[in-house]
Design a protein around this ligand. Structure first.
Ligand SMILES: [Zn+2]
Length: 293
């Protein structure tokens, strides 16, 4: 089944070097013959300001004040604001489309879950997950599962969505970076043995039954991979992550819940080459297509 996946060349700003800003193009090149790539409308400043402070949105747009403009750690370049407005627009479009169509979709966006209301953090500029949850709720969703399987904890998402009764969060990390205190509706596991990873995921997913969600927002980081220096865990092989993708999308399919995925973390180094990283992320796209309604 061909699925629609949001990506536009605007996601990659000229002069960018961080994987967070550049890898979407590599993943798009890998999957473009088997999915329908769709260019999303960028979010406007007003739309981004539904979740982020106007002062921060302006800083990302204008590079002033400089400290705030550079706060995410991905660098600043004139194309940064258009890029993150486009990739945030992709997450929102994917969420709204999945909700309306009942089919899996996604956006090749990264750098979302550490972003706070008033600042960027951990390579994350705008929190597309919070923006997408907000949009899905306005489109009528009353119960949304945010599944965050990036290697790191989603402290920005927690700051932005804690207390939102429509949102349930499962966060399974392999690093305690950006850890937060949970509350009802949230679970956070920091796994330190690869053998515990998939059992923890299955236990948490099974613990949700028989809840019925309108939508899953899936932050599908590949940085738990053992070859990823930033967050990776020994024993987390490509096979384990392939099984993770299968588990997530099969679970959602069996419950009739559409998934809107994003790429999230995953960083190159000597072992984890650009091609390997893109092929890890392509596993998410392929599992979404395999298990789409
Ligand atoms: Zn991460």
């Amino acid at each position: 089944m061909t699925i629609r996946v949001y990506f536009g060349e605007a996601y990659v700003p000229a002069g960018a070097s961080s994987d967070t800003l550049t890898k979407s193009a590599d993943v798009a090149a890998l999957v473009r013959d088997r999915v329908e790539l769709v260019v999303p409308a960028p979010l406007t400043e007003e739309e981004i300001a539904r979740v982020h402070a106007r002062s921060y949105v302006d800083a990302v747009r204008t590079e002033s004040p400089e400290m705030l403009a550079w706060s995410s750690g991905v660098g600043w370049m004139p194309g940064l604001f258009p890029a993150v407005a486009a990739s945030s627009g992709g997450v929102v479009a994917a969420a709204v489309e999945a909700l309306a169509s009942g089919r899996n979709t996604g956006s090749l966006s990264s750098g979302l879950h550490h972003a706070r209301r008033e600042t960027g953090a951990g390579y994350c500029t705008f929190n597309g997950l919070a923006l997408a949850a907000d949009a899905a709720e306005r489109a009528g969703a009353t119960s949304i599962l945010v599944l965050d399987l990036d290697a790191h904890c989603g402290g920005g998402t927690h700051e932005l969505l804690a207390g939102d009764d429509a949102v349930r969060v499962l966060d399974i990390a392999t690093s305690d970076f950006d850890r937060y205190a949970t509350e009802p509706g949230w679970t956070l596991d920091v796994v330190d043995r690869a053998a515990d990873y998939l059992p923890t995921l299955r236990r948490r997913l099974d613990g949700l039954a028989p809840e019925r969600f309108a939508l899953v927002l899936y932050n599908a980081g590949m940085d738990p991979h053992e070859d990823c220096v930033t967050g990776g865990l020994s024993g987390m092989t490509t096979d384990v992550l392939a099984e993770r993708e299968e588990t997530v999308f099969r679970w959602a399919h069996e419950r009739g819940v559409p998934v809107a995925f994003v790429l999230a973390g995953g960083y190159r180094n000597a072992q984890l080459t650009r091609d390997r990283l893109a092929s890890l992320h392509a596993m998410t796209v392929d599992a979404a297509a395999r298990w789409s309604a």
